[in-house]
Design a protein around this ligand. Sequence first.
Ligand SMILES: Cc1cc2nc3c(=O)[nH]c(=O)nc-3n(C[C@H](O)[C@H](O)[C@H](O)COP(=O)(O)OP(=O)(O)OC[C@H]3O[C@@H](n4cnc5c(N)ncnc54)[C@H](O)[C@@H]3O)c2cc1C
Ligand code: FES
Length: 292
Amino acid sequence: MTHDVAAAGNGPGRPNNPVHCRATIVQNVPIARDTYRIRLAETAIAGSIRPGQFIMVRPVAGEENDPLLGRPLALYDLARDASRTPVAFDLVYLVIGRGTAALARCQPGESLPVWGPLGNGFGPAPDGPVIFVAGGIGQTPFLALGREWLDPDRGDRACPSATILYGVRTADLLAGVEDFRGAGIEVELATDDGSAGHPGFVTDLLARRLERGEIPARIVACGPPAMLAAVARIAEQHGVDCAVSLENHMACGFGACFSCVAPIRQPDGTVDLRRVCVEGPVFSARSVAWGG
Ligand SMILES: Cc1cc2nc3c(=O)[nH]c(=O)nc-3n(C[C@H](O)[C@H](O)[C@H](O)COP(=O)(O)OP(=O)(O)OC[C@H]3O[C@@H](n4cnc5c(N)ncnc54)[C@H](O)[C@@H]3O)c2cc1C
Ligand code: FES
């Protein structure tokens, strides 16, 4: 059964009406260390969600109250039927605490409470090449985004090329690299310990490209706040348009609790707190008051 989530979530810029329903697990498999890909069959969400939007998932197969809160997870990919209609959505998650550990124990055939699509998403493709910068599990929004922005059916509204600069602590945390390559996204890797790709920060790869004069039409980044702040600084130095997807802690996901606020610069220069779940999670990097 499907019904509308509280109207509080239907803020400006929200392209879809979120639904609250149970979705059946089709698959839940490990794809890297502590990292799983889960496929959930639910046609209303699969048919309306856009890249950069997210879904709240409560990892309870029965009527249990614990955990009470959902966990926000970004759209990774869509599964389609023979007529290309989206029938299920894929999420990729890193096990870091109670909720994601419970999710990893869920089995195919069980159904979970979900609500979405939530958040604003990345919007239309820019007019030129794009660079995605991903830190750790921050890679998850970029497969769906790359597929949409590179889609040849979009004609001259498609991006000519997309590159993901993907950094993790160590090689066995790399997840979905072949998915990105399969979608036509160029992949360049970095690891803190040098076990794959560039030994060092993923932001080194970005700075190096821009210093070589490889200037994209847009940079899009998702990952830890320190990485996002560094990406924002590098983009600003080179005058490149940059969007960031924030991963603040969330409780409700639809605008009611204010647990997810981030300091966002307003048009008049003042800084105000904005709810990442409804006004984000995607913001212009320039609008975020990074602090420090
Ligand atoms: C819009 C959005 C999209 C997201 N997409 C994904 C995704 O695609 N895949 C994925 O794996 N994760 C994603 N996250 C993060 C994910 O929601 C959290 O990792 C998850 O809620 C943790 O739940 P838990 O119960 O396992 O951990 P908890 O038990 O709640 O927390 C365990 C530890 O992690 C810390 N923690 C929890 N959440 C966060 C957070 N958001 N940022 C920093 N530290 C945190 C806690 O403070 C605690 O120390 C996303 C978050 C947002 C806001
Ligand atoms: S998570 Fe409740 S207002 Fe954003």
